[in-house]
Ligand binder design. Structure first.
Ligand code: SAM
Ligand code: SF4
Length: 329
């Protein structure tokens, strides 16, 4: 699948649920209205959709959410998509998770063909963690991360950089990830969905963070890419990789290779734009896959050049109305 700007689309992120057992302050409001269960694609439909994407040339699939591991029977879906990995049609099946259920599922994920996961962790301070996630339990997440490591999964820690909240912890996170053998990616907050706090207060440009880190650590530019928007450096002192995702200070759209599908079967061609394609209607309209295949290709033909994220005081509205938990980041 090639989009109008010549970019090959080989990566799909599927949000299997918009629900979550946390309420991270930068992601959700405390009281959220979720999609009614009746509107969700079934796990069988999600599996069918994944197969169509793979037939169309997708090589990597990431399951996300909301929290993907709180969807009931999600391991059935992981197992089904994992078969494509075992049989060589899919290069990689990965997952982004808040870690709360990893203790339970880590070994199964590995068995189903998952080799790498992203775990979101913004702080190593238990009390701060509980304030930031509102409902999360730090010990449970740490136990989940240990279980994932023990199961043989490679781990990347995703950390949203928040002004005045965790900016004093990046050194500690770099050191900890180095010791544990985890990659670390710092992410700028993106203006998605109404939340209960002011985003201009939270926004911390990573250009600034990087300059500060460079005073303490030796950051060596490396070529490593995971097919995503992160730019990586090697931290010489720990040997670990450190990534920066900077949608606001650096536009990463020129190399975009992905689309996103929500748990209701809506495909978003760009994280930062409202345009979308309905895949649920064509999925349900016939048993064969021709209609949904066409709908995917029509959507890709409209993939926009890039997002228009801005965070400033004059425009203190989200760039897009939906929350990150709809498309899963
Ligand atoms: N619940 C899972 C988790 O937290 O990893 C998967 C979904 S979560 C929406 C995916 C990623 O998006 C997390 O790393 C989270 O920190 C990040 N995220 C959520 N809201 C964001 C925002 N407004 N700006 C930047 N990143 C955000
Ligand atoms: Fe849930 Fe992930 Fe959003 Fe936190 S960032 S509320 S864990 S979906």
């Amino acid at each position: 699948m090639i989009d109008p700007f010549g970019r090959a689309i080989t990566y799909v992120r599927i949000s299997v649920t918009d629900r979550c057992d946390f309420r991270c302050v930068y992601c959700m409001a405390e009281n959220m209205t979720f999609v009614p269960k009746a509107e969700l694609l079934t796990l069988e439909e999600l599996d069918r959709l994944a197969s169509v994407f793979i037939e169309l040339g997708v090589r990597r699939i990431r399951l996300t959410g909301g929290e993907p591991l709180v969807r009931r029977n999600v391991m059935w879906l992981v197992e089904q998509i994992g078969r494509h990995v075992h049989e060589g049609r899919l290069e990689e099946l990965t997952l982004t998770t808040n870690g709360s259920q990893l203790e339970r599922f880590a070994a199964d994920l590995y068995r189903c063909g998952v080799r790498r996961i992203n775990v979101s962790l913004d702080t190593l301070d238990a009390r701060k963690f509980e304030a930031l996630t509102r409902w999360g339990r730090f010990e449970k997440v740490m136990a989940g991360i240990e279980a994932a490591k023990a199961a043989g999964l490679a781990i990347k820690i995703n950390c949203v950089a928040l002004k005045g909240v965790n900016e004093d912890e990046f050194d500690r996170l770099i050191a900890w990830c180095g010791e544990e053998g985890f990659d670390l990616t710092l992410i700028e907050t993106m203006p998605m969905g109404e939340i209960d706090v002011d985003r201009t207060e939270q926004y911390l440009p990573l250009s600034l963070v990087r300059a500060r880190l460079a005073q303490r650590w030796t950051l060596e530019d490396i070529d490593y890419r995971t097919g995503g928007p992160a730019r990586y450096v090697r931290v010489k002192e720990t040997g670990g990789r450190l990534g920066f995702i900077t949608p606001l200070t650096h536009n990463f759209c020129e190399s975009c290779n992905r689309v996103r599908v929500t748990c209701t079967g809506t495909m978003y061609m760009c994280l930062g734009q409202e345009d979308k394609a309905d895949l649920r209607t064509p999925l349900r309209a016939s048993e064969g896959n021709e209609l949904v295949r066409q709908a995917i290709l029509e959507g890709i033909a409209r993939k926009p050049k890039g997002h228009d994220f801005v965070i400033d005081r004059r425009r203190n509205r989200p760039a897009v109305r939906r929350h990150m938990s709809v498309t899963g980041g």
